[in-house]
Design a protein. Structure first.
Length: 245
């Protein structure tokens, strides 16, 4: 049974305060607290690449004494903001930086908000199909690479960071069946345009989320033979406090 053994994380030390930008963006302290829900976002060094953030997350995982590089049989990097211009793929660059065996399978997945869920399903299936025992799933999206720092809709919400999840045959955490869906007609809700910056239609994203996600959660519980009453805690994608509430 493939499941989660451990998780390593990395957040850059540099922080940009939302409270310090209240005048610039016409926000109040209550708006930052009650709508955005977090006071600051992490920002990488300009010289850091996506793979560098992944290396830091890997180092955090190693500090937990969980794994060595020569044990890894497959590795997936989930990102929408890859190293350089996207070729070679970030997982290949990371493969070299971690000095992993050439027998290790590596590839990228281009997904954002839903990336970790898709990534878990993909890597578990990939490992089981190929009888792999130890794999790594990295998620890293340094949005500062495509951020317009004068855009209130994105600059106050999107930060930089990375995680790595170790999956093994002797997991600490198991996970069940997933529920997936797509709506390509909403593709311009969050989009990088010709200016190279990410643009977000916050109202459209909010409307989609409150309309679709609760029903997806109910479907997922039903698919796994569970009910809302037995759930102790929901760990939701932290778009903002307002959208989570």
């Amino acid at each position: 049974m493939i499941g989660i053994k451990a998780i390593g994380t990395y957040l850059p030390d540099v922080r940009t305060s939302n409270f310090d930008r209240m005048d610039k963006f016409g926000m109040t302290a209550s708006f930052v607290r009650d709508k955005i829900g977090f006071s600051q976002v992490a920002q990488k060094d300009p010289e850091q690449e996506t793979s560098d953030l992944c290396v830091k997350a890997w180092e955090n995982l190693q500090e937990q004494g969980q794994i060595s590089a020569d044990e890894i049989e497959c590795m997936i990097v989930c990102t929408q903001n890859p190293d350089g211009h996207g070729l070679p793929h970030t997982s290949a660059i990371l493969h070299e930086k971690l000095s992993i065996s050439q027998n290790c399978a590596v590839f990228d997945i281009s997904l954002g908000c839903s990336g970790y869920v898709y990534g878990l399903s993909v890597i578990k299936s990939f490992m089981e199909a190929n009888e792999f025992r130890k794999g790594l799933l990295f998620t890293a999206d340094p949005y500062s690479k495509v951020m317009d720092h004068d855009d209130k809709k994105t600059a106050t919400l999107f930060g930089d960071g990375a995680t790595v999840t170790l999956l093994t045959e002797d997991p600490v955490f198991d996970f069940g069946k997933f529920v997936f869906g797509s709506d390509g007609s909403k593709k311009e809700g969050i989009i990088v345009r010709g200016d190279g910056h990410v643009h977000m239609n916050g109202r459209a994203v909010f409307t989609f989320t409150v309309r679709v996600i609760p029903n997806s959660i109910r479907k997922m519980l039903e698919k796994n033979g569970m009910t809302l009453e037995i759930i102790d805690r929901f760990l939701l994608h932290q778009g903002s406090l307002h959208i989570v509430n």
